[in-house]
Design a protein around this ligand. Structure first.
Ligand code: MN3
Length: 199
């Protein structure tokens, strides 16, 4: 299926002061749009034209690097916009997530420390994740456009640590950006929805 840029699910200035309108204008309108445009060009003749986005991501991994990078980033960004909301973040998790984080990630505080450390520790561009793999939650990180889908998992939360995601607002302070994402931006209801589907 052809890729299409979804509109942001909130106003460009909705996430201020944690993520500026300027960042979202560049990140959504320029960067995500470029993955969609380039991905559609590379989808032509790939043999994957009729597949779902998830199938294109899995089917191009290790086979067609150009298509994979753009399809992976398209998938990642579709969800990234939905993993944030105005007034989000913090430790008030929906019950189902609170229990799973306690049982499988050592609780909220350990999740926060490990998730931020995964993002800080990703050398260069990439993503930090919470994914369901083999029926359990795990915190991972990936380079560039990779995501847990190509490592046998299903992502339920991810954060973009490419510089275009934080440099306007945080300059080189990637850790401060990650802490603000966890403390003030995560839409936990959306994470819980993805968790219920992934289990
Ligand atoms: Mn990005």
């Amino acid at each position: 299926m052809a890729f299409e840029l979804p509109p942001l699910p909130y106003a460009y200035d909705a996430l201020q002061p944690f993520m500026s309108a300027e960042t979202l204008e560049f990140h959504h309108d320029k960067h995500h749009q470029a993955y969609v445009t380039k991905g559609n060009e590379l989808l032509q003749g790939s043999g994957l034209e009729t597949k779902t986005l998830e199938e294109v991501v899995r089917g191009s991994f290790g086979q067609n690097a150009g298509l994979f990078n753009n399809a992976g980033q398209h998938y990642n960004h579709i969800h990234f916009w939905q993993w944030m909301k105005k007034g989000g973040g913090g430790n008030k998790l929906p019950g189902i997530l609170e229990k799973a984080f306690a049982d499988e990630l050592g609780g909220y505080d350990k999740f926060r420390a490990d998730f931020v450390a995964a993002g800080v520790g990703q050398f260069g561009s990439g993503w930090a994740w919470v994914a369901v793999k083999d029926g359990r939650l795990a915190i991972t990180k990936t380079p560039n456009g990779e995501n847990p889908l190509v490592h046998g998992g299903t992502p339920i939360l991810g954060v973009d640590v490419w510089e275009h995601s934080y440099y306007i607002d945080y300059r080189n302070a990637r850790q401060k950006y990650l802490e603000a994402f966890v403390d003030s931006l995560i839409d936990w209801d959306h994470v819980a929805e993805m968790y219920e589907k992934a289990r």
